[in-house]
Design a protein around this ligand. Sequence first.
Ligand SMILES: O=C(O)C(=O)C[C@H](O)[C@H](O)CO
Ligand SMILES: [Mg+2]
Length: 403
Amino acid sequence: MKIEQAYTIVTSPGRNFVTLKIVTDQGEYGIGDATLNGREMAVVAYLEEHVIPTLIGRDPQRIEDIWHYLYRGAYWRRGPVTMSAIAAVDMALWDIKAKLAGMPLYQLLGGKSRDRVMVYGHATGRDIEACLEEVARHVDEGYKAVRVQAGVPGIASIYGVAKKDGEPYEPADSDLPAEHVWSTSKYLNHVPKLFAAVRERFGEDLHVLHDVHHRLTPIEAARLGKEVEPYHLFWLEDCVPAENQEAFGLIRQHTTTPLAVGEVFNSLYDAKALIENQWIDYIRATLTHAGGITHMRRIADLAGLYHVRTGFHGPTDLSPVCLGSAIHFDTWVPNFGIQEYMPHTSATDQVFPHDYRFEDGHFIVGETPGHGVDIDETLAKQYPYKRASLPVNRLEDGTLWHW
Ligand SMILES: O=C(O)C(=O)C[C@H](O)[C@H](O)CO
Ligand SMILES: [Mg+2]
């Protein structure tokens, strides 16, 4: 069996997505997600110019060999563009292999470790009251876990809070990067009040999460972790930028609030010290940005040795192809923690027909051979690419800060 054809499909049913389709000489095909929010066309160019020409004629069943061919063969290792491109190939090849085996992907990985996959949804509001209403809506819809982000008095626009209450949050919201203004002191004073209000209204059973989006220093993160301890967060996410992995050692010494990190990671080496030192509790890297199923499996296995569980990134800027594959992985992986879930637009769901379903705060994996997600290429053409950028963040004095 040989790879006969491979091509990228760029579509924007509400937001941009990049999909790689690989077709074999026996008519079987697989698809992979290559979406890198705000940098989509860089991955398209990488795939079209440097990857696809090398795939033609190869045996699609040699997933491991192709992974190392693309990783080692590039010489220039790692990085989000390279690893998203490799991930898309890897996901498409696992899709093909599972289809050839006549099995849903989770079976090929080792079978079910659980019957359903707990997810967390996003509640956002311009203030605490509006945010609590959104938490209540999620609870009514069956969610057992909710990420809680509220506007902060004195900060005009803040990460993770929708422009209008009740609407989904979209980070890439303008042609060129918007500029936000950030105040650490205002934020730090406000977050404990938010979680006090959440526990007061919803009691102890609801799992609550919070994303700091890399905006604190280690000692500030330690303060926040300590101050929210009484509210028993499921996790505190990305509390500092993680290039310096040792920073988490400092935070860890100060707080028992569980720590999650890794949505911008693209390789095991981004997380090695974090995992081996048990500085974190959840690893957030996911299939599309961390080299696909083949590499993510290595990360999860290492994490499992150190009591670190998975908590895959799952924003709307990863396509249903990534989400569907992630649900198979989550169903199999022994050290599963939780799966992030932001519902896609109905236009996106139509472009990407899929067999996973949401029920009672959980995803239920499908039984279709492969990863269970397809693409309607005719419909995809109706939604042309439109550049959209993530914002940047500045301190009140104008200093460029982390976003
Ligand atoms: O989903 C999350 O936790 C995020 O932090 C979302 C990211 O900002 C988003 O994926 C950037 O493209
Ligand atoms: Mg995040």
